[in-house]
Write a protein that binds this ligand. Sequence first.
Ligand code: SAM
Length: 364
Amino acid sequence: MNALETRIRQIIVASGPLTVGQYMAMCLGDPEHGYYMKRPPFGAEGDFTTAPEVSQIFGELIGLWAADYWQRMGAPDPVILAEFGPGRGTLMQDALRAARALPAFRQALQPWLIETSPRLRTIQQRNLDGEKVRWGESLADLPSGPMIAIANEFFDALPVRQFIRQADGWHERLVGLQGERLSFMTSPRPDENIPDLLAEGQLSAGEGEIAEICPDGQRIAAEIAARLQRQDGALLFFDYGPARSAPGDSLQALRRHRFHDPLADPGEADITAHVDFQRLLESARLKGARTAGPLAQGEFLNRLGLQQRTRALAGQNPARAREIMSGAKRLSAPAEMGTLFKAAAVFRRDGPVPAGFTEAECQP
Ligand SMILES: C[S@@+](CC[C@H](N)C(=O)[O-])C[C@H]1O[C@@H](n2cnc3c(N)ncnc32)[C@H](O)[C@@H]1O
C-alpha cells in the first residue's frame, strides 16, 4: 500500500467516506503524493500521450490561430498568451516558435503558464529556457489586460463529483472502505439538492445510472469568460468528451498507456473524466461571453491547415516524413483523436469569431 492510500484510509476511518471529487483531487493534487506532483506522466515512458506530444504541428497551428485572433481583435500590445495546464510546455514552445511568423505579435505577447505542479513547472522551465515565460497557479495571478488563453487536456484533469439515480432519488457516489479495500459506495440518503446541480440532459437518467459534474471546470470557464468579456480576448481549448450533457460514468485511470482501476494505487495512475462541453460553454455564456463549438478536433485542425502544414514539414524533413504524416493522422483521423477530442472557444460577445469556427457554430 502506498503512502497516499494510507492517508486516504486514515481520513475515511476518521471522518467517513470521501466524495469521488475529494478522492480524485487527492489522487491528482495531493502536495506530496499526488499524481501530477511526482513525475512527468507524458510520452512513451509515461502513462499517456497528448496532442502536442504527438506532433509539433498541433502547437504551431494554435500559435498561428492566436496570432490571427490577436490581429483581428485590433493587435493590442501587450497581450497575454496564457496556457492552462501546460504539461511539459511543448504546446507553448511550438506556439511561440510559430508566432515568430508575425513579429509584431511575438513582440507584443507575454507568455504565462498556469500550473499547480512544482514538478511540472521545473520541466516547463527547462523546455522553455530562453523564453520570457511567467508562471501562475490560477487565473487570479495574471495581470489585467487582453488575453488569448489556450488549454489542452486541462479540464479533463479537474475533479468530478458523481451521483447515482436510485428509486428514491439522487445519491452522491463515494469512496469508502469495504473491509480492507477502497471501494465505491453510495451515500445512504438521497440528496434533494442534487437535481439542481445537474444539467437538463442528465435528469432523464434511469435507475442505477451515474451523472457527473465538474464544479472546478465550470467555475474556471466562468471566471475566464467574465474576464474575456471585461478585458477582451479568447480562450481556445481541446479536450475529450461528448458535445452534449448526458448521464454516464466516465471516470477512468491510465497507467503506462493501459486502463487501470481508479481505486488501485492512488496517485500512481492518471485519473480523468470526460469534459461536458455543453455545461462548460453554458457556464461561460452565463458570464456574457460568446462560445464556439465544440467541433471535432480533426475537422478544426484541418480547417486551420493541418494537411498543408504536414506536407510542407514532411517535404522539408524527408527522413522524418513518415513520422510527421502519422502524427498528423493520429491528431485528425476519426478512429484516433480526430472525433473523440473536440475544440471549443470562448470569446468576448462583440469580438471576432475565432478562426476554425463559422458564425453558425457560435452561440448565442
Ligand atoms: C493532462 S495534463 C495536460 C498537459 C498538456 N496540456 C498537454 O497537452 O500535454 C494536465 C495539466 O494540468 C495541470 N493541472 C491540473 N490541475 C490544475 C489546476 N487546477 N490548475 C492548473 N493546472 C492544473 C497538470 O499539472 C498538467 O500540467
